[in-house]
Design a protein around this ligand. Structure first.
Ligand code: DOR
Ligand code: ZN
Length: 344
């Protein structure tokens, strides 16, 4: 049995860092685990311009722990009205991608896109400039069952989008279903997907074990076991189109443990450990290095990191809560013993 895992220094290709005190609280966890991260733009108000992305980048850099060389990779929030001209400014500002939130799909998505066709001139500019489109892949139609919204999105949105914009690089973020995994597997080299630790480790039973479990609630919501199995197969396939993106999404504990619970699992504290657990469970630890450190930069057209990180088989207890500004933040699996540990 392998007790030490040495990985290429990895990146997180989907992360929520928030802002101000919350940013200062959570950034050190990611900076310890990852060299770079794709930073989601769903602040209040959202990051919709290149100037806002640059200013947010400065706030993130200023919040880094002493001595950290962590690099945020900035994104902008696509709206019905993002001008095609803004894409050139985004490119010049070093923004790497725009995020598509269908309006109302998830946390802070009210300003999202109501009809993707309205954005086609902007998507064409992105295709031209080489910026990626990152997709929250759920329809928002209230008539569609919440567990079916991703599968319906594949047919209603992804398929026409790919036909209209064939050379736009698209990341289908945090996929949760066998339909999405199959779609991405069969797609050409312009389509990829990220996979979160929670969707690899849990099915929807986790939401209801012994009572309602708010810390397992994220969007897209956890699905049935057959879907989790399809995601594990994709992650362990070694296919370069699947890569790591935690979707670590901190919400203060009182907002999770409330009559209306915000969507998001906080995993930044133990992300690599959780992925190692998932890959080990399917006998695919040998595939973790490329999943965490090669496929993401290759798809984004960025250099792979140099250097390595080490995980050791060494049981440790994840804190049940950590400070979050003035509040507390409860990590997914807080209080549990994890079997893998990132060595300092
Ligand atoms: O669970 C989620 N939380 N899904 C998202 O799409 C957004 C995120 C957040 O910002 O909290
Ligand atoms: Zn997210």
């Amino acid at each position: 049995m392998n007790d030490t895992l040495t990985l290429t220094r990895p990146d997180d290709w989907h992360l929520h860092l928030r802002d101000e005190a919350a940013l200062h609280s959570v950034l050190p966890y990611t900076a310890r685990q990852f060299a770079r991260a794709i930073v989601m733009p769903n602040l209040r108000p959202p990051v919709t311009t290149a100037a806002q992305a640059l200013a947010y980048r400065e706030r993130i850099l200023a919040a880094r722990p002493e001595g950290s060389d962590f690099q945020p990779l900035m994104t902008m929030y696509l709206t019905d009205n993002t001008p095609p001209d803004e894409i050139r400014r985004a490119k010049e500002a070093g923004v790497v991608a725009l995020k598509l939130y269908p309006a109302g799909a998830t946390t802070n998505s009210d300003a999202g896109v109501t009809d993707l066709r309205k954005t086609y001139p902007t998507l064409e500019a992105m295709q031209r400039e080489g910026l990626l489109l990152l997709v929250h892949g759920e329809v928002t139609d209230p008539d569609i069952d919440v567990f079916d919204r991703e599968a319906v999105f594949v047919d209603r949105v992804m398929t026409p989008l790919r036909a209209a914009m064939p050379e736009l690089k698209v990341v289908f973020e945090h996929i949760t279903t066998k339909e999405a995994a199959q779609y991405v597997t069969e797609a050409d080299r312009f389509t990829a997907a990220t996979l979160t630790p929670q969707h690899l480790l849990y099915n929807r039973n986790a939401l209801f074990t012994g009572g309602l479990r708010p810390h397992y609630y994220c969007l897209p919501v956890l699905k049935r076991e057959e879907h989790r199995q399809a995601l594990l197969k994709a992650a362990g396939s070694g296919l370069p189109k699947f890569f790591l993106g935690t979707d670590s999404a901190p919400h203060a504990a009182p907002l999770k443990e409330a009559s209306v619970c915000g969507a998001g699992c906080f995993t930044a504290l133990s992300a690599l450990e959780l992925y190692a657990e998932a890959f080990e469970a399917i006998g695919a630890l040998d595939k973790l290095d490329a999943f965490a450190g090669h496929h993401g930069p290759d798809f984004y057209g960025l250099p792979r990191n140099t250097g390595t990180v080490t995980l050791r088989r060494e049981p440790w207890t994840l804190p049940s809560a950590v400070p979050f500004g003035e509040a507390q933040l409860k990590p997914l699996r807080g209080g549990d013993t994890l079997q893998w540990k990132l060595v300092a």
